[in-house]
Design a protein around this ligand. Structure first.
Ligand code: SAM
Length: 202
């Protein structure tokens, strides 16, 4: 089965492991990132083995850092925010500052990699889309369901204008799930739902 990948660009989320699980909102909205991971990977009582999510952190003290959760090999990761945040904390603690992804726990990888570098790498392998309220309606979109699909999302502040320009210059198409502005985690659920329905009706 083709892979579904998500990339969430977090503007201000901490790149230090020194945070409390009781204060995820106060470290650049890590709670949002954790909810996105949960929506990307989990179903009721099971995990989407063909899903991956990259959380790109751009907060202090040493951005950028990208953490990958690959559902295929995850162990002891659960859908709740605190559990996911605890694995992000372990990844940041074990981080060796390398530019290539290093596995810190089964299915969890970390790298000193910017959003732009990640997108350029992905663009060679997968069909990439930028989720934006102003994009083309997802229901009018024909996806190649045999290919790996990769979806980019912003956090509560959205994707900065200059980063949007970078995506546009790469020819990355914008798609919308409707005129309402949803949370990134909700958009991920909608994308999965739309793709699940298309697969089911083939
Ligand atoms: C809470 S929204 C960001 C709101 C922010 N004020 C902005 O202007 O982008 C988080 C992310 O979810 C995605 N998103 C939200 N609503 C969407 C929609 N209707 N269609 C597609 N993507 C959407 C976008 O990627 C957005 O960056």
């Amino acid at each position: 089965m083709a892979t579904r990948e998500f990339i969430v660009r977090m503007n201000d989320t901490t790149t230090s492991p020194n945070f409390s699980l009781n204060n995820l909102t106060g470290v650049g909205r890590l709670d949002l990132a954790c909810r996105a991971v949960s929506s990307a990977l989990f179903l009721s009582h099971s995990i989407r083995k063909n899903s991956k999510i990259y959380v790109n952190l751009n907060g202090p003290p040493s951005p950028p850092v990208t953490i990958l959760f690959d559902a295929k090999n995850l162990k002891r990761v659960y859908p709740d925010e605190r559990n996911i945040a605890s694995h992000i904390r372990i990844a940041l603690k074990k981080f060796d500052k390398k530019e290539i992804f290093t596995e810190t726990e089964p299915g969890i990888f970390i790298a000193k990699k910017s959003f732009e570098e990640l997108i350029k790498e992905k663009n060679k392998k997968a069909d990439i889309y930028y989720l934006s309220k102003d994009g083309k309606d997802i229901r009018k979109f024909k996806f190649n369901l045999e290919k790996d699909l990769c979806f980019i999302l912003g956090d509560h502040k959205g994707i900065p204008k200059k980063t949007e320009k970078f995506l546009d210059e790469l020819g990355i198409k914008k798609i919308s799930v409707g005129e309402i502005e949803y949370l990134a985690s909700q958009v991920i659920t909608i994308v999965h739902y739309e793709l699940d329905r298309r697969l089911a009706s083939r």
